[in-house]
Write a protein that binds this ligand. Sequence first.
Ligand code: SF4
Length: 332
Amino acid sequence: MTLLEVRDLSVTYPGGAAAVRGVDLSLEAGRKLGIAGESGCGKSTLALALLRLLPAGARVGGEILLHGEDVLTMRWGRVRAVRWAGASIVFQGAMHSLNPVHRVGDQIAEPILLHGKATPAAARKRTGELLEQVGLPAARARAYPHELSGGQRQRVMIAMALACDPRLIIADEPTTALDVMIQAQILRLIEQLVSGQELGLILISHDLTVLADTCDRLAVMYAGRVVEEGPARDVYEDARHPYAKALSAAFPRLGDPASRFAPGGLAGDPPDPAALPAGCAFHPRCPVALEVCAVEDQWPREAGPGRRAACVHLGAVVPPPAGPARDVRSTT
Ligand code: SF4
């Protein structure tokens, strides 16, 4: 069953910054989709757009179908009901997301109570169960965020995300601020919870190795567009798009000394979303650009079984979907 379907999604910030451009994605229940790309490529904007959490003034176009219902056209009451109970987000940097003056147990119980899912006593019991589910003693509910380690705080964030039994978890760089041991523990925990409960997971990271290990499918974003998408291992080990190739080559591979001593990489930075280059937005950095790349934009097209990529070197051109942009208020 399709849990989430994103069709031709675009987000433009005031000032003309095109942060997301014509993104199509879908996710089945119980599956895990990774979204990769450098900072500034639109990953977090995409995550925020999924639950209409973008700042006021952002222009959003396209469709975001959650269980077949378009999040972009929902009434506010419905959006509030869908947040936490339909889909929830784990943000990066738990210390910034948790309220420092409230006990973590109260913060986990808050969405349960707001959504009318339980009485205060039942919410307290559920909070203890959730903490145990993420590997913390129920007694830690009485702790304040500063009394917990970084890994424990991120576990609290995951418990909070699970509080109202959502069917979709969006995790935006959930392990970036953690050391590698704790990172591995948190990723394993997310994976177990998602698989055990048949949830859908969207995992956002700049680290392709993490995504290839955790996810079923992988989408690579550049300049607000998905430039390659396919089975996670295939995209990581045999990327078709020059940008996805460069991103993959930037990570040394275990058991491959050559990649450790001579990791690949890419000079320069992603373009300013308010001043994107004409043609393929990657052409100023692309090692295999042709003359046509500076004038002709590229859209994802078939690039092998179950794979799509947006490059002139790949497959036949498929015209972009044409849909009118709409203004959708994003904040509460
Ligand atoms: Fe490089 Fe051209 Fe392909 Fe863009 S379309 S990735 S510039 S070769």
